[in-house]
Design a protein around this ligand. Structure first.
Ligand code: FUL
Ligand code: CA
Length: 488
């Protein structure tokens, strides 16, 4: 009897032990950041009187009457974004020129003073509605620098700015992002003063308190700034994250600067981040679809192949792609922009439609607790929540993929389950050739998504993934092999 009880006890013990999921490693994403990661690609819309002046930075003195987009159609813009595979829209509700696209009570310099909808328009609302009607998330960018406000540089302006955020946070539903740039201070109109105003950005905006308003009124809004907070700037406007990209990051001040505040970040470290970073603060790679953030006649959209390459170098490195969209003076996206977005969206859709790895037999050198709930079948079930994990003392396993007939691919994809943190530090992919393993790729960080794009197609019947450096048990959600799709 004693022996039986002992055996039952052992059985229960080993069963429950084998069920224990891995412990998270390092900083992990918050619920709001997990939602942001799912978006992957979104658009950043710049459209103010500056568009009508054909400038990139409005001085703050443009007559509101020039803002007259007679054919404005938020649906046309949002639908084009959606066709491009973008899952969210961030609207520049106020740029450096200070013109508010919503009927704000905080400044006279706003959309009600323009001919748009006979002074009764609210463009923030039109974009928010169009985004939601089409299943896209919505966010706002309200520039802290305001070249129109006579109060810019005084404590009163900070009150005005915070009130603008409150209006944007309360009247337009749930926001997925609150976007803040680091450009602040310089010359401007400032209510007619036409002078240069500089502020001390280590104290002026008092971001800790300002962002506590964001947290209170929009708890799911990811705060973006150049030093991070929820999401960090990647440090360039090319749309490219580091080949190695750690979602973990410790904001540091620029060389010679006294504090890590927006406008004074250590940008050279932003593309890669910090392996031992204190916070989960993945990078956003922002880049305009055309040359400028605002529409300028004569400029044109990037090609589908350029966009696809940026996608691989941003989303494919575990970061996000924020693509600038610039409506023209009609208030519409140019036909060429619409077409390129459609073709880009189609390319992504078609490329990732069929996971060729599904045809393979997968064998791992270790599965956590010999338990099939952590088995390799989870790698190809198309579900992010299921994963292949190893035992804690087995962080460098390998996985053999065997096909019954040769497979040809030029994209290898791997995704960690980031709820458990970012774990993998090095991996290699090998293909079997005449009975010998040949290394075809050596990689580093994985994170939310790692896309490896080969210059030319690889054909193989057996492949082997080796995790060569990882500080804890691996937790891989999905893996895949694909063939880049080309329009005929
Ligand atoms: C920058 C701004 O200065 C640019 O005009 C643009 O809005 C870009 C997205 O952010 O900080
Ligand atoms: Ca899975």
């Amino acid at each position: 009897m004693k022996r039986l009880i002992f055996l039952i006890f052992c059985g229960i013990y080993s069963f429950s032990f084998a069920q224990v999921p891995p412990k998270p490693y390092g900083p992990v994403p918050s619920a709001r950041q997990l939602e942001w990661h799912k978006v992957e690609m979104y658009g950043l819309i710049h459209f103010t009187p500056t568009t009508f002046e054909n400038k990139e930075w409005g001085y703050g003195d443009a007559d509101p009457k020039i803002f007259n987009p007679a054919q404005f159609d938020a649906e046309q813009i949002v639908k084009a974004a959606k066709a491009g595979g973008l899952r969210g829209i961030v609207l520049v509700a106020k740029h450096h020129d200070g013109f508010a696209l919503w009927p704000t009570k905080t400044t006279e310099y706003n959309i009600t003073k323009s001919p748009f909808r006979d002074g009764k328009g609210d463009m923030v609302k039109e974009f928010a509605d169009a985004a939601r009607n089409n299943g896209l998330k919505f966010g706002v960018y309200c520039s802290p620098w305001d070249r129109n406000s006579p109060h810019y540089g005084t404590p009163k302006y900070l009150e005005i700015y915070r009130e603008q955020l409150r209006e944007l946070y309360t009247n337009y539903g749930e926001l997925f992002m609150s976007w803040h740039d680091g450009a602040n201070g310089g010359d401007g109109y400032y209510g007619g003063a036409r002078e240069k105003r500089s502020i001390d950005n280590t104290v002026y905006y008092d971001w800790d308190s300002t962002w506590s308003i964001t947290r209170e009124l929009q708890p799911m809004a990811n705060i973006f700034s150049d030093i991070g907070w929820d999401v960090r700037w990647v440090g360039n406007e090319k749309g490219i994250a580091g080949e190695t990209h750690w979602a973990t990051f410790t904001p540091k001040p620029a060389e010679g600067a006294s504090a890590a505040v927006p406008g004074q970040a250590n940008y050279p470290e932003s593309p890669v981040g910090h392996r031992d970073g204190e916070f989960w603060m993945p990078a956003e790679c922002d880049v305009p679809l055309r040359k400028g953030w605002f529409y300028h006649p004569g400029e044109k959209a990037k090609s589908v192949d350029e966009l696809f390459s940026l996608f691989v170098q941003s989303v494919g490195r575990g970061a996000a792609l924020d693509l600038g969209l610039a409506p023209d003076t009609r208030g519409l996206l140019d036909d060429g922009d619409v077409e390129v977005l459609r073709a880009f969206g189609q390319k992504i859709e078609e490329t990732f439609k069929v996971n060729l790895l599904r045809a393979a037999n997968l064998r791992a050198s270790n599965v956590r607790g010999y338990n099939s709930i952590y088995g390799t079948k989870n790698l190809i079930d198309g579900r992010e929540e299921t994963y292949w994990a190893t035992d804690d003392d087995f962080p460098t396993p390998y996985l053999t993929m065997t096909f019954s007939r040769p497979v040809t691919f030029d994209i290898f994809q791997i995704k960690e389950n980031i709820k458990f943190g970012q774990r993998i530090e090095e991996f290699t992919l090998e293909a079997e050739e005449n009975g010998e393993w040949r290394e075809i790729h050596k990689g580093t960080s994985v994170g939310a998504r790692r896309i490896v794009k080969f210059d030319s197609p690889v054909t193989a019947t057996r492949l082997r993934l080796k995790i060569t450096k990882c500080p804890a048990a691996i937790v891989i959600s999905e893996m895949g092999l694909y063939k880049e799709w080309q329009a005929q």
